[in-house]
Write a protein that binds this ligand. Sequence first.
Ligand code: SAM
Length: 292
Amino acid sequence: MALLGPAEIRDLAELLGIQPTKKLGQNFVIDANTVRRIVKAAGVTATDTVVEIGPGLGSLTLGLLETGASVVAVEIDKRLAAQLPLTVERYFPRSQAPSALGSRDRPGCTALTVVTQDAMRVTELPGDPGILVANLPYNISVPVLLHFLDTFRGIRSGLVMVQAEVGQRLAAPPGSKIYGSPSVKAAWFGHWKTSGSVSRHVFWPVPNVDSILVSFSLRETPIGTEQERLATFALVDAAFQQRRKMLRQALAEVLGGSAAASATMQRAGLDPTTRGEQLTVDDFLAIARAMA
Ligand code: SAM
């Protein structure tokens, strides 16, 4: 099956009169090898239903469909969303695979569902996707990812392409310089690791940042309730807003003064003079539980 290269992307953009916008983080992948690498690293198989955030012109969508998987694609840009089934039909016609690929007996376009919405606001998806795969829009990569992990509990694993610094932070362990709020929040949901860098030259237009792949597998059972998650995330935000301060000071405002913050931390079995960058997500959860 043919995937989209530079010429096809240029033709599609011209056909739609698309000028990629920075506001929507529109940098389209123009390299089939990168697409196949992402799909392989994500471990997508013919029995999966994959959710893709921001399918754009369809580079990654076609690669996902090539495996025989079903894809639910959430795109905010109406022109791109409307074109996507047509592109899939053109590059992945009914007469071809998936039977030729030995997978499900369905044409590519019926294995695709397009949801034309802001991914930050979507609360329902068809098909209960189990895997998330996306080249995320850079400006909202972390919040949109956390929104999906919190909202769509059927997701078990995934792989995202993000700005290199963001990906390294998502996967950072406690104690490292780059460990921060995204690292702790991501760890609430599961285990993360970087899976290789991606040249900026596989995109059109070429962005001025490097990208990285980050894979994750989610916990089967959440480590706390939704209420505990919200309390934990509020503590994490406070701790990293003043990351150089000891936690008894950094958490003073949310815990009712530095004496109360010290007492809460001691009840949680933690040293009040420690800094946020030393604590695991379980430690932050212990503080949230000690507040109650
Ligand atoms: N997946 C495509 C690829 O790899 O070539 C496009 C990736 S591009 C980095 C990000 C895509 O996300 C764009 O198509 C953009 O329109 C879309 N997007 C941006 N903000 C969005 C939002 N809030 N909800 C859904 N899609 C969004």
